[in-house]
Design a protein around this ligand. Sequence first.
Ligand SMILES: Nc1ncnc2c1ncn2[C@@H]1O[C@H](COP(=O)(O)OP(=O)(O)O)[C@@H](O)[C@H]1O
Ligand SMILES: [Mg+2]
Length: 230
Amino acid sequence: MIEFAKVSKQYSRNVFALRDITLSIPKGELLFLAGPSGAGKSTVLKMIAAIERPSGGTLTVSGHSINTIRPSAMPYLRRNLGLIFQHQRLLQDRTIVANVMLPLVVTGASRSDAEKRARAALDKVDLLDKANAEPQELSGGEQQRVAIARAIVNRPQIILADEPTANLDRENANKVLAALKSFHGVGVTCLISTHDDQYLSGADRIVYLDRGRIVDGWRGAERYPDEEQA
Ligand SMILES: Nc1ncnc2c1ncn2[C@@H]1O[C@H](COP(=O)(O)OP(=O)(O)O)[C@@H](O)[C@H]1O
Ligand SMILES: [Mg+2]
């Protein structure tokens, strides 16, 4: 479903964000992308979403070549992607359910249909009771779960979550991860990045990045996560 073949990414003359990444991600896999800050995790996710393009090698996502994708084909690619990126905010002047409805409304769904599906998505992240609240009434962890609901409301085939647990305490981080993990049982491919090795459990696979390369294990912390050996 997602195929990196010797992909590199160079942002400028001396910034190599990724070098020689070869990685094949089958449909339905739950994969953690781990590594310290600056390792290249966000760059990997941005390339899958065609926000950035490879400088070398080839990348294919759901049959689309990211190297050559035309702007006119982007909506078809993005329709299959649920993006949970950092620094994405909820609209503060709209209710929670209105925020989750947004991706459906912009693609032409009727209001009643959009609202029904938005409520179902909120139910999946256990926030149906907050549907009519305003974003500022929710905790950081709850807002992050709303972002997940908004990302999955279109029923995407691939979910990309860039450090969805950043700035959350352990309890909220675990809730956010549990919500994400619940989708992969239904055939959705799910990539979650993290620079925090305490959350690396329950994945089909952990891919470690360090300074733009795939490495064997965690290099950003003193210890290797136990889950990987198990
Ligand atoms: N838009 C950009 N322009 C220039 N350099 C960038 C850009 N985005 C990321 N980088 C650099 O690429 C490297 C990898 O960044 P990133 O993919 O954001 O890593 P991570 O998400 O693991 O922290 C870093 O050295 C970063 O400074
Ligand atoms: Mg990042």
